[in-house]
Each structure stands twice: as C-alpha cells, then as structure tokens.
Design a protein around this ligand. Structure first.
Ligand SMILES: Cc1cc2nc3c(=O)[nH]c(=O)nc-3n(C[C@H](O)[C@H](O)[C@H](O)COP(=O)(O)O)c2cc1C
Length: 181
C-alpha cells in the first residue's frame, strides 16, 4: 500500500475479531513509528501495550468515560495501547522554559503525529485502530504504573477489523485549504 492509499483508506475501527495481534506485527509497527517527526527530535511519545485481559478489563471498567462506547471497544479489542508523553520537553528550551507562546502544546502535537503514524502503520499490516480520548487519564496512569514524568494522552485499541465501515463525511479540499497565489 502506498502512503496516499493508506491515508485514504484508514478508517476508525471499533469492532474487532478475536484474532490476536502478534508481537512480531506490533514490533514492526513500532519500528516504523520510530521515525515520527517531533519537536527538536525530542521523541516524547511512549506506548504501553496491553494484551493482558485483566489489565484491559480494569481499564474498560474503571477508566472509560460515559457517554462513549469506549468500555465495549476496550473489552472487545485484543490489544489496547496506552499512549503517553514525557512531560516538559516538546515545546521547551534546553533550560526548561517554553520556547513559543504555545507553551507545552507541542507535547500533544507530537503525540498526535505519532498516534496517526501508529494507526497508519497498523493499517498497512491489516489492522484496524481507534484512538480514544474519552478516557480517565489519571486512572489509566495508576493502573499501568506510568512513570512519574509521563502523562497519558489516549488509549488506542488495535485489532483485526470485524468489518470496514464506510468513511464518515469528510470536507472537500476547498473547505479547508486556502491558496495565496
Ligand atoms: C484525538 C481523538 C480522540 C478520539 N476519541 C475517540 C473516542 O474516545 N472514542 C471513539 O470511539 N472514537 C474516538 N476518536 C475517533 C474519531 O471519532 C474518528 O477519527 C472520526 O469519527 C473520523 O472517523 P475516521 O477516523 O474513520 O476518519 C477519536 C479520534 C481522535 C483523533
């Protein structure tokens, strides 16, 4: 699959079949995500891969927010990846000051880039994914014993799609692009 095809055909997948995601495939995905761009190459993105049913179940029960379908999604996904970010680096100078008026916004910016690269790499291996922002970040951090200097960003469920939904509506290019010629 070339990059443009991957961008056009990736869909958020919320229902997965029961087939496990092998460690080999996960390693291949993370090997690709290594190359994600980041603020001054600060590489603050981190991922905790959860396949253990007990831990996954705790996240579903204790750390999802309503209204959302995230509890069911997590319970039924073979694999849930907690994305976290190292605090205080992206958007900061070496002295620990904010480098721009966007403050620490680049921590989230970089996390978003890495998340999409993960989802696109997963797509290449036939996997579907859903990024879930509606979760209890602090509770997840507690459940997975996240290092103190990191913050949970999202949970990303990954698995082989039960089916591929039609794309939701998307803007036409003219609705979100301006050219100054
Ligand atoms: C930052 C972010 C947070 C999201 N949070 C959730 C979520 O909590 N639950 C969910 O089911 N989908 C979530 N989504 C998926 C979006 O709903 C989905 O990307 C959007 O509807 C467009 O569908 P598509 O990805 O198939 O193009 C999230 C997506 C992003 C980028």
């Amino acid at each position: 699959m070339n990059t443009i095809e991957a961008l056009r055909t990736r869909r958020t997948i919320r229902k997965f079949d029961s087939k496990e995601v092998s460690r080999q495939v996960l390693d291949s995905i993370f090997e690709a995500v290594r190359f994600a761009p980041s603020w001054k190459n600060s590489r603050t993105f981190r991922f905790t891969v959860i396949t253990d049913a007990k831990v996954k179940g705790r996240i579903a029960e204790e750390a999802t927010r309503t209204p959302s379908n995230n509890k069911n999604i997590i319970n039924n996904a073979p694999c849930v990846i907690i994305q976290s970010a190292v605090n205080g680096k992206a958007g900061y100078t070496a002295d620990g000051e904010f480098d721009t008026v966007k403050g620490d916004g680049y921590t989230m910016y970089d996390a978003g880039i890495a998340a999409d690269e993960l989802c696109l790499a997963a797509h290449e291996y036939g996997l579907g994914s859903v990024i879930m922002g509606l979760v209890d970040y602090d509770k997840i951090a507690q459940i997975i014993s996240l290092p103190e200097d990191e913050t949970v960003v999202t949970a990303i469920a990954v698995g082989y799609p039960e089916s591929i939904p039609n794309p939701p509506s998307k803007y036409e290019v003219a609705e979100y692009v301006r050219y100054i010629d």
